[in-house]
Write a protein of this length. Structure first.
Length: 490
């Protein structure tokens, strides 16, 4: 039985998740604070961890980093409100497996958990931590924002065609490559495509997220360690570079490495030799290095955050990936590709998007790039009951993006989720409509209702947090909402 850890300070949410996941055959453990979560992780190892982005005593980034230090291979799925998507994308750099947005839908949660378990995490016997590798004759796994190999999708913009030409040019060589681009823009896909078109394609491709490595564990993860070399080193460990020998290693978010590790890495790049932590024997390496960063490495070097000599060693060839908002022509192409893949995952037959949805996709600023687009389409496909995605299936912030952006006087309450939406959270009352009040009591109730809704909006409709914000209890919130509903039906 797979073990799921749920970390959320909303006790009602935890109870609902626990009941739902237990019914689907999972062993569920619940924690309401970051401190209790860390204590549980010290003694236990979950197969998958669901973590709210905002806990009372610790934010999602801090808890994620601690969880990765204790159990690096455990996939962590971040739960966040759509207003926090930009922050959630940043959390992906620290090693989050995926993120899902509120309100939560049962099938979406179940799909995310099953995907995490399917991609190398089975019964607490993961693949080598932080590594996705392929041995000779195997096709690489797709853990990126777009598909690879036979399913690889090429953008139609001039910028993307330029990238493809650069890939064709550099792939047959042994040059080190630096890929610059925002989070979620597909840097790892490009690295995999370079490997797939190279002479090393039958050898391993190993990817490691440097942003998720703690200073203490980075050396061990990258170079391995000998038994007894430090406290807890009960066995010899093979590092990422040794696993990639003969093939390609991809170092994502390279600028996050500590200065000490950068020094060790410089020796590896210069001499093509490495030594395990605590070892005395050099290991010869024949490995191609591809690095990626969402920050320009040259700028990081000028600021003293990255060794300039190491940058020049890597920068034999560079590729810049423009953000999705700068290549509008590619948006619908990728959207239809993700729709096709999601149909296969869910066994559905949603064929296209309505004109209104297409216009919304083209106008929206995709802060999370391809990763955000992919997640939005997965969610919309799940909610769609017909043969095309309608605007009602999109998240609130995207569906009403133009009004939220350009009309400062908009009444957000007009767009709140309706009571008929099938979510795992408690339903939000029916949106406000124009009405007349005939008593002071009703007018007072209307003002209270407005305050409650704005507080709920502020905390992504978390009733416990809204109650604290208003200095009342949850029961009072329910009473106000129910009273308003009764008055409205009169």
């Amino acid at each position: 039985m797979h073990k799921i850890l749920v970390a959320d300070d909303d006790r009602d949410m935890c109870l609902l998740l626990e009941r739902f996941l237990t019914r689907h055959g999972f062993e569920v453990h619940v924690s309401h604070t970051g401190k209790k979560t860390v204590e549980w992780l010290l003694a236990n190892k979950p197969d998958v961890m669901l973590c709210d982005f905002r806990l009372e005593d610790m934010n999602g980034s801090e808890l994620l980093i601690k969880a990765k230090e204790l159990h690096y291979s455990t996939p962590v799925i971040i739960i966040t409100g759509y207003s926090d998507v930009k922050a959630a994308v940043e959390v992906m750099k620290h090693g989050a497996f995926d993120y899902i947005t509120k309100p939560l839908f049962p099938d979406e949660i179940l799909l995310a958990i099953k995907k995490a378990l399917a991609e190398g995490y089975v019964k607490n016997e993961p693949l080598t931590p932080a590594i996705v590798s392929t041995s000779a004759g195997e096709s690489p796994q797709d853990t990126s924002s777009t598909a690879l190999g036979s399913e690889y999708i090429h953008g139609s913009t001039a910028e993307f065609k330029s990238i493809l030409k650069q890939i064709d040019l550099v792939a047959p060589t042994n040059y080190s490559v630096v890929i610059h681009g925002e989070s979620g823009s597909g840097k790892e896909v490009i690295a995999r495509e370079i490997h797939a078109r190279s002479r090393r394609k039958s050898m391993p491709f190993v990817a490691i997220d440097c942003g998720a490595l703690s200073k203490e564990l980075a050396g061990s993860e990258m170079f391995g360690h000998e038994k007894g070399s430090f406290t807890g080193a009960v066995n010899q460990k093979t590092g990422s570079f040794e696993l990639a020998n003969g093939g390609t290693i991809f170092l994502d978010e390279i600028s996050n490495l500590s200065y000490d590790i950068q020094v060790s890495l410089l020796r590896v790049v210069q001499e093509r030799k490495m030594r395990r932590v605590g070892g005395i024997k050099d290991i010869e390496l024949d490995v191609r290095i591809i690095v990626a960063s969402n920050e320009k490495l040259w700028d990081a070097a000028r600021k003293g955050k990255f060794r300039e000599d190491l940058y020049h060693r890597f920068n034999e060839f560079s590729i810049n990936v423009p953000p999705l908002r700068e290549r509008k022509e590619d948006i619908l192409l990728f959207a239809r590709h993700f729709l096709s893949r999601t149909n296969k995952e869910l066994g559905k037959d949603v064929r296209d998007f309505s004109p209104e949805v297409e216009a919304t996709f083209l106008n929206y600023i995709w802060h999370g790039n391809l990763r955000e687009l992919k997640n939005v389409i997965k969610r919309a496909t799940l909610l769609t009951e017909g043969d095309r995605v309608e605007i009602s299936s999109l998240p609130f912030e995207i569906a009403h993006y133009n009004k939220l952006k350009f009309d400062e006087g908009i009444d957000y309450n007009d767009f709140l989720p309706t009571i008929s939406e099938r979510t795992i959270t408690d339903p939000v009352p029916i949106p406000k409509k124009e009405r007349e009040f005939k008593s002071l009591k009703n007018a007072s109730l209307d003002a209270e209702y407005e305050m409650v809704l704005r507080a709920l909006e502020e905390v992504d409709f978390n009733k416990s947090k809204a109650a604290k914000l208003l200095n009342i209890d949850r029961k009072t919130i329910y009473n106000i909402l129910n009273q308003y509903k009764k008055i409205k039906q009169l």
